[in-house]
Ligand binder design. Structure first.
Ligand code: SF4
Length: 370
């Protein structure tokens, strides 16, 4: 298949792996003091485990699985807020399927549904708009999640709802943005990263230009990558080559999809519908300034947080869960004491075990239980 088979060529993969091994050696890295490269996209985390890349890379190279899975970084308080919205009289709460099982401090959305709340699974924000058209007498709240990858679809749906004069669609926005997240990671003294494998899907929307500060201000290489095994291996080799050459640049390995300026239509839709919140809470990272998106004044009438009473409480993660440490790469999933025992995809304790893009779920699925 075009654009797939050539990026899964085993012979080529072995050649890139040999190059990576030589680069790591040239950098003098060891298993005790490895080169640390973070992938900040949940799709990359999934692909790394799916293709077993973590098992074939040199021990002196550590892939740190960053906070790129939107479901995983959703704090428990926001799940509690979504449940509170679902319990409002007459409300239909529309949500992506993987968000239904994320544990809150109380019941998950799936448990709320079992207890009688009208929670529907949707595959796109447009499905929530269709529900609103179908049930004009009932408020439909869309539980909006995700980075710039999914925010344009929410924005376009609200532009459509505005054009149609739909009055019963509301959005509970938990959209987040990548640039403030990268800045927070770079400011974290615990991380000590040598480079980033940059997100592919987000970059298709925002382009490569917004990452310039990573190289210019922090001196850290960033290579935007595709999702096939050779994409990822080549991107890792490109980061390592920058380290060897003593330079820090933003490079684009995913040129077949990502351009420098991103997608102008998607950016325009987002700019019309969303603005930055003063701050937004992330699981594992705490409050990050300007990292969340809320609706602009023009779309305030669609804002579920203005229309309904939302508790807005903050809730600490369960004591056993170390998702926060996993999400900043301070520990690997298997280092968590309950990985694969008390915490499995069937009985998740933390959000990292829920979504297929979560580091714990990916490690469990492809690496097996403890
Ligand atoms: S294994 Fe479960 S409890 Fe431990 S960090 Fe991962 S999701 Fe959290």
């Amino acid at each position: 298949m075009k654009f797939v088979d050539e990026f899964r060529d085993p012979a080529l993969g072995r050649r890139v792996l040999a190059r990576i091994a030589a680069q790591v050696e040239a950098l003098g890295a060891t298993a005790q003091a490895p080169v640390r490269i973070m992938e900040v996209c949940g799709g990359h985390t999934h692909a790394i485990f799916r293709y077993g890349l973590n098992g074939v890379l040199p021990e002196a190279l550590m892939l740190v699985h960053g906070p790129g899975c939107p479901v995983c970084v959703l704090p428990m308080g926001r799940v509690d807020d979504a449940v509170a919205l679902a319990r409002q009289p007459g409300v239909i709460l529309a949500s992506f399927g993987d968000a239904l099982r994320v544990p809150g401090s109380g019941p998950s959305l799936m448990q709320a549904r079992a207890a009688g709340a009208d929670v529907r699974t949707v595959y796109a924000p447009a499905d929530a708009l269709a529900l609103a058209r179908e049930h004009p007498e009932r408020p439909v709240v869309f539980f909006a999640l995700g980075f710039e990858t999914t925010a344009p679809a929410t924005a376009l749906t609200l532009l459509q709802a505005e054009a149609e004069g739909v009055e019963n669609l509301f959005v509970f926005s938990n959209h987040i943005t990548i640039v403030p997240t990268l800045r927070a990671l770079l400011e974290n003294p615990e991380l000590r990263l040598h480079g980033f494998v940059g997100p592919g899907h987000v970059s298709a929307v925002i382009g490569t230009r917004p990452y310039a500060f990573v190289a210019e201000r922090y001196g850290v290489p960033l290579v935007v990558s595709g999702f096939e095994p050779l994409d990822l291996l080549q991107s890792i080799a490109m980061v390592l080559q920058q380290r060897i050459d003593g330079v820090a640049r933003v490079e684009n390995q995913y040129i077949r999809v990502v351009g420098e300026g991103g997608n102008p239509q998607a950016l325009a839709a987002m700019a019309a519908v969303f603005e930055a919140r003063p701050s937004f809470e992330w699981r594992g990272l705490g409050l990050i300034p300007s990292s969340g998106l809320q609706l602009t004044a023009r779309f305030a009438r669609f804002d579920a947080e203005r229309r309904f009473a939302v508790p807005g409480q903050r809730a600490a993660d369960p004591r056993a869960c170390q998702c926060g440490r996993v999400l900043i790469g301070a520990i690997q999933p298997r280092d968590c004491k309950v990985f694969g025992t008390a915490c499995t995809p069937e009985t998740p304790i933390g959000a990292c075990m829920v979504s297929a893009e979560g580091a714990c779920a990916a490690e469990y699925r492809y690496g097996g239980p403890r």
